[in-house]
Design a binder for this molecule. Sequence first.
Ligand SMILES: [Zn+2]
Length: 203
Amino acid sequence: MQPHFVKGQLGWIEVVTGCMFSGKTEELIRRVRRAMYARQRVVVFKPGIDDRYSTDSVGSHSGMQMRSLQITKASQIPGLVQDAQVVGVDEAQFLGPELVEICEALANEGRRVIVAGLDQDYRGVPFEPIPQLLAVAEYITKNLAICTVCGNPADRSQRLVDAGTRVLVGATDAYEARCRLHWSAEPFPRQQQLPLGENLAES
Ligand SMILES: [Zn+2]
């Protein structure tokens, strides 16, 4: 027997934010899995470069994974949520300002909306639409990572590769978590780039 989704139930927005390597996706997956244990219907979205509604997985750096729907823009979400009681959105910083009113509408319909995303870009600039979502969310969790230089709590993403763009999609090896003291938005020499793993087929 399926539990009923009663229209008009109280919905809300939860935001899980922080820098890279702070465990945002792990936390999103953990919360969605808890809802599944309670036999609630869930759906998780993540932005992708692909132009189709392909099925994909949200995955954390630690290897936790959950099936998700890949979207290219936030406006695709309402047409795909069906009767999900819990709606998760990962990497929300890539979905633009329209995500805010979409999350509001989903919560107003009585759904639990869980959004995970970076609160700052590599220059330390607030990464919209996360600041706007923090303003309208009922619950906010800011995760900290650990500074790779000193081991103190870190809330910033240090870019290690000078690529001239705001985001390097999927290039997690181009960043490190850093504390305020050891983080810099300044340009840096290219030789700071982390070495990539060796491809044995090329040697
Ligand atoms: Zn530090």
